[in-house]
Design a protein. Structure first.
Length: 164
């Protein structure tokens, strides 16, 4: 006599199969994030421009950084901890600066972020001189996420004046 209801063994095997499928589905994004974390040194600033400007009455540098992501997984840029320097030292304080928006960088692609670095009134002349002489560099790091895993992208970008 054949029973149409599943036996205890069939229920256990079915539950085990479902658990394995769920575990695999959860492990795949974690593995992808780990692979990108291991390749984070390949994520780099491909282009950088800046100009001296004012924002909300404060003088500073409007900075645009184009980030190249050669890894096989997308990442999202969230904020930067950046400082402007020249060959003599720091021209701005190291500050955490949010980007204009959280910016996705596709796998194998590029994306640009913009930020503002305030400059003290006494340092504005030195910033202009360093930018004009091609000695201005933005350094620090950018925080990014890959499948909710935080990573830091190192920044060391010589600046070009925006618009040429």
């Amino acid at each position: 006599m054949s029973s149409e209801t599943p036996t205890g063994r069939q229920l256990v095997l079915g539950a085990l199969l479902v658990a394995l499928l769920v575990a695999g589905a959860l492990a795949a994004p974690t593995f992808a994030a780990r692979q990108t974390v291991l390749g984070v040194d390949r994520v780099a600033v491909a282009d950088a421009t800046t100009e001296v400007t004012r924002q909300n009455g404060t003088a500073g540098l409007a900075v645009e950084l184009t980030v190249a992501n050669p890894t096989p997984h997308a990442l999202t840029l969230v904020y930067g901890q950046l400082v402007a320097t020249d060959d003599r030292g720091r021209l701005t304080r190291l500050t955490t600066t949010p980007f204009d928006r959280a910016t996705p960088v596709p796998a194998g692609g590029e994306a640009s972020v913009e930020t503002f670095l305030p400059v003290g009134a006494g340092d504005l002349g030195a910033v202009r001189a360093a930018l004009d002489a091609g000695r201005l560099t933005i350094g620090g790091y950018m925080r990014a996420t890959v499948v909710r895993e935080p990573i830091d992208v190192e920044v060391s970008a010589p600046m070009e004046r925006a618009g040429g």
